[in-house]
Ligand binder design. Sequence first.
Ligand code: NAG
Ligand code: NAG
Ligand code: NAG
Ligand code: NAG
Ligand code: NAG
Ligand code: NAG
Ligand code: NAG
Ligand code: NAG
Length: 402
Amino acid sequence: MLSLLVASLALLSSVQATPGAIRASVSQVAAAWYAGWHATEGFPLSAVSWDKYNTMYYSFAIFLSSSDASLLPQFVSDAHANGVQAHISIGGWTGSIYFSSNVATADNRTAFVKAVVNLVNQYDLDGVNFDWEFPNNQGIGCNIISSNDTANYLSFLQELREDPTGANITLSAAVSTSPFHDSNGNPSTNVSGFADVFDYIAIMNYDVWGSWSSAVGPNAPLNDSCAAPSDQQGSAVSAVMAWSKAGMPVDQIVLGVPSYGHSYSVNSSDAFVPGTQMLAAYPAFNKSNQPPGDAWGDTGSVDVCGNYEGPGGTYDFWGLVDGGFLTTQGTAAPGIYYRFDMCSQTPYVYNETSGVMVSYDDAASFTAKGMYIKNTGLRGYAMWEAGGDYDNILIDAINSAV
Ligand SMILES: *[C@@H]1O[C@H](CO)[C@@H](O)[C@H](O)[C@H]1NC(C)=O
Ligand SMILES: *[C@@H]1O[C@H](CO)[C@@H](O)[C@H](O)[C@H]1NC(C)=O
Ligand SMILES: *[C@@H]1O[C@H](CO)[C@@H](O)[C@H](O)[C@H]1NC(C)=O
Ligand SMILES: *[C@@H]1O[C@H](CO)[C@@H](O)[C@H](O)[C@H]1NC(C)=O
Ligand SMILES: *[C@@H]1O[C@H](CO)[C@@H](O)[C@H](O)[C@H]1NC(C)=O
Ligand SMILES: *[C@@H]1O[C@H](CO)[C@@H](O)[C@H](O)[C@H]1NC(C)=O
Ligand SMILES: *[C@@H]1O[C@H](CO)[C@@H](O)[C@H](O)[C@H]1NC(C)=O
Ligand SMILES: *[C@@H]1O[C@H](CO)[C@@H](O)[C@H](O)[C@H]1NC(C)=O
């Protein structure tokens, strides 16, 4: 990743920083990730509802191909013109292969600090969002990992904070629902060192259930302590508890929220509570028949590890409207079955004809998450991704609740 960062810097060495950075960390985060690769797929910068946010993360530094990178100066100037902080997100699910090496030695950490500082200064960024998936815990399948990852990550961040630029910007991280793995591969019991260097963490409380699961379950459960023990696979409530117990103050925790859901192929005998037209909870699904999802869904391709991955089957919120599941008001369309699960506070829709069931988030579930953020005293929310919403239905719901 380091070499890619350096390469992308060289590519854009003529870009000059402009004044206007708003670098002080915001007290209530209203953020989203902007996926650069969707700029040419219907979500250009001009489509961003800047007035709904105070922070936007450009994703991902690893993917700064020439077209993506050429968008970054415009991203920063549009954000600043709208009073929004412009951050860069580094890594991601497919971009975490070399994090471990980049922080493995003192020399590598220093080089990585320099690359990050150069990126910030060159593009006049207000913050950096590290998206290492995951320290000492395999993500996509071919990431380099080491038992020293979490300790080295902290040393790197401490060195970044010693740099005058690094001291002056907002540092955050996208993190999993359990604390960074320690050298034994267990969730760390003391992350207070990270609380000293990060302004905040954003818990990626999504993809909790998906095509890899044993049944159809909630993509982004608010709660799971009210679910049957076998259905307790993670939630905002349990993740916030785990991180805060390990020493991350709640006012340094931002809740990651999804503007998409996961689809499953479910036949009608499994979909309904027998003898009723009510959707059943946690039904079985046909793993050999993954629905393709919406137009942004991956149709199946070879990943960065060289392995073939089948269709992802994700539906953005707009994709559910496009696909006939939801009305333009974001409610279930006529002929579509709907269930709102009280424990996870998330909805499901089902088209009996196509046999496609989707677990997703709607205005009601975003309102519930917003109220939880407010009542628990969390730092705010960060939505993956800005372009997934339809007519600002989700973002308006969570903004109203927070
Ligand atoms: C340090 O970075 C270099 C250059 O990217 C890399 O080749 C090397 O493997 C890294 N060191 C470790 C211990 O990972
Ligand atoms: C972890 O770091 C220690 C020194 O801090 C070193 O002795 C050890 O070899 C490292 N382990 C790995 C797996 O890199
Ligand atoms: C820190 O940020 C402020 C506000 O943008 C800026 O004026 C100042 O030059 C920055 N200092 C450094 C060392 O980057
Ligand atoms: C947790 O880590 C911090 C910083 O590394 C340290 O100062 C503190 O004593 C640790 N707390 C516990 C309970 O071990
Ligand atoms: C989560 O569920 C538990 C157990 O039912 C309940 O006590 C708690 O209030 C719930 N929390 C939220 C935020 O819904
Ligand atoms: C529905 O799917 C289940 C497996 O998920 C299977 O056992 C059952 O036979 C299927 N029923 C029909 C009518 O296809
Ligand atoms: C699952 O889907 C595959 C592919 O469409 C199909 O061949 C198979 O019969 C389905 N299985 C069940 C139990 O319906
Ligand atoms: C359900 O799926 C079928 C088959 O794909 C499609 O023809 C129909 O329009 C869908 N129903 C709704 C309400 O969108």
